[in-house]
Design a protein around this ligand. Structure first.
Ligand SMILES: [Fe+2]
Length: 317
């Protein structure tokens, strides 16, 4: 049977041979014996807006749906720079064929966190803002912790983990991967993250220089930490994301747009994976001064939006 060019490209998209890579990992050993296998699809940094063609986000969605996940986790930066594409975002979210849990990223805060959140929730997405919920997946309970965006100073770890049960498996989402260290100490074996876009250009390990050495990130792209049981640590996965906020260019294997599948409850080593756990980079703590500047930027943008709205209101004579 002859396939039409569209069907052919759609097939490539669904198998990860298109513009979006498909990577698959087994969940940390801590989940084994505590749950039956659960398939989580992780996507991050969709950046719906004018920089990334919408077909790319649709391609990522087709790839996610083709994997028939039990749960979809999205770790922030849904938008680019404005609220102009919220209808498109809502349309995209409504096309996922499994429950979606999510946290916000810095671009969502810059564009308007409340409005982005509203658009997501209207489409059935469970947005977690420094809280955790218990979902029933494949007939078993799993706790999902969602940390609000740490880049812009909105993460409240203690609030997010307060009341977590030790006897129920738990997975965490955080736009910023460096938050994982503290989440591990609260008994969370796996944290899914984004933000870095894997550096987008990763030839000659350029991403480790720009994001790691210069940018101060401990976790740049892929899997870090430990998936072994009972070692008081945990693992974090930094997805390369789907979209971009400035330049849609992606060069190099690690910078490729990606959908990541985590087979929770399946022991590591059961199947071949894209790469093994990597050593963290040195990293650099964000100073209080820098964090204050980032928070001020969010407030400034919020005021600008309010002023624009006021200026557009009709003058009553
Ligand atoms: Fe981003």
């Amino acid at each position: 049977m002859l396939l039409s060019p569209f069907a052919w490209s759609s097939k490539r998209a669904e198998t990860g041979q298109g513009r979006v890579a498909l990577r698959r990992f087994a969940g940390p050993a801590a989940y084994v014996d505590r749950m039956r296998p659960v398939r989580v699809a992780h996507v991050t940094d969709l950046h719906v807006g004018r920089v990334t063609p919408f077909e790319i986000q649709r391609e990522a969605q087709a790839l996610v749906n083709a994997q028939e996940p039990d749960l979809i986790a999205i770790t922030g930066d849904f938008v680019c720079h404005s609220q102009l594409y919220l209808d498109q975002l809502a349309q995209l979210m409504a096309g996922f064929r499994a429950p979606v849990v999510a946290v916000l990223g810095n671009h969502d805060y810059w564009a308007g966190a409340e409005e982005v959140c509203l658009a997501l929730r209207r489409s059935g997405v469970e947005v977690l803002r420094n809280q955790h919920i218990t979902l029933t997946v494949r007939g078993q309970a799993i706790q999902i912790v969602g940390l609000d965006d740490a880049y812009t100073g909105h993460a409240r770890r203690e609030k997010a983990v307060a009341g977590l049960r030790r006897d129920v498996p738990v997975l965490a989402l955080s736009h910023i991967a460096e938050e994982a260290d503290l989440l591990w100490s609260r008994g969370i074996p796996l944290v899914l993250s984004g933000h870095t876009h894997g550096g987008q250009i990763t030839l000659a390990r350029l991403h480790e220089i720009t994001l790691g050495k210069i940018g101060g990130h401990k976790y740049v792209h892929g899997l870090y930490g430990s998936r072994r049981a009972n070692d008081n640590g945990g693992a974090v996965y930094v997805g390369a994301g789907i979209g971009a906020a400035v330049m849609p260019l992606r060069i190099g294997d690690r910078g490729k747009r990606e959908v990541t599948i985590f087979e929770l409850g399946v022991p590591p080593g059961r199947f071949d994976e894209h790469h093994a756990e990597q050593r963290a980079m040195r990293g650099r703590a964000v100073s209080a001064w820098k964090l204050r500047r980032r928070m001020a930027k969010v407030a400034r943008k919020r005021d600008q939006r309010a002023n624009r709205r006021t200026a557009q209101m009709p003058v009553v004579p």
